[in-house]
Design a binder for this molecule. Structure first.
Ligand SMILES: O=C(O)c1cc(=O)[nH]c(=O)n1[C@@H]1O[C@H](COP(=O)(O)O)[C@@H](O)[C@H]1O
Length: 233
């Protein structure tokens, strides 16, 4: 079963300075609706930068991958509720209680915010899971953490596109599933291990693909973003 809504592109704005980031957005112009602000820019420029990107008309995905005791994560969600953010990540491996507390904070303070549980990072493969003493395959571990997260009331998941078929089969079209680890055919995988092309990810039922370096490092970021968007339709 595939997700009904068309898959959308989210730019991972993983750049060093505010100036570089805003220049990139200027270059990309209309080829973009969603921007992901991650640890690099948030730790440098904080909530003001989130507001600045939102004021430019973009939907903002704040990728902080929260992972702490339930009270600490819930209080962070409460603080983030004051920001113009529509998607926020936390690590599913924080456990059911952390996820439930986060979701309660979301329900109480930011009902329009969608929480996304990060399952198994797309930079990890089976041997890396073994080194953490996780004996499951990536697919089985993603499915397990997805079930835990959705039972806790979390609105969406982050995983690799490779896990979309089993997740859509088990959970249907409703959960938001965001898939990083996207690489257009022929581009470098970098440290990503579980990758797919934009076209295949969209066909497999991704709600949003997240793309950073294949756009940011392209000779023409606008052309790269347009080409990726064209693969999604
Ligand atoms: O939560 C994420 O966005 C995320 C989860 C994951 O499993 N893998 C992953 O790559 N990401 C993020 O997605 C982006 C991918 O960037 P590129 O590899 O440059 O396309 C980065 O900002 C990562 O932080």
């Amino acid at each position: 079963m595939t997700n009904r809504k068309p898959c959308q592109l989210i730019l991972a704005l993983d750049l060093e300075t505010r100036e570089e980031a805003l220049a990139m957005l200027d270059q990309l112009g209309n080829s973009l609706d969603w921007v992901k602000i991650g640890l690099q820019l948030f730790t440098a420029y904080g909530p003001d930068f989130v507001r600045e990107v939102s004021d430019r008309g973009y939907h903002v995905f704040l990728d902080l991958k929260l992972h702490d005791i339930p009270n600490t994560v819930a209080k962070a969600v409460q603080s983030i509720a004051k920001l113009p953010v529509e998607l926020l990540t936390l690590h599913a491996s924080g456990g059911a209680e952390m996820l439930e507390w986060a979701n309660k904070a979301r329900n109480d303070h930011a009902p329009d915010l969608n929480l996304l549980a990060v399952t198994v990072l797309t930079s990890m493969n089976e041997s890396q899971l073994r080194s953490l003493n996780v004996q499951a395959t990536p697919e089985a571990q993603v499915t397990h953490l997805a079930e835990l997260s959705l039972k806790a009331g979390i609105q969406g998941l982050v995983c690799s596109s490779l896990e979309l078929p089993p997740l859509r089969k088990q959970f249907g079209p409703d959960p938001i599933i965001v898939t990083p680890g996207i690489r257009p055919a022929g581009s470098s995988a970098d440290e990503q291990k579980r990758i797919m092309t934009p076209k295949d990810a969209a066909a497999a039922g991704s709600s949003y693909i997240v793309v950073g370096r294949p756009i940011l490092k392209a000779p023409s970021p606008a052309e790269a973003a347009e080409a990726i968007r064209a693969e999604l339709t």
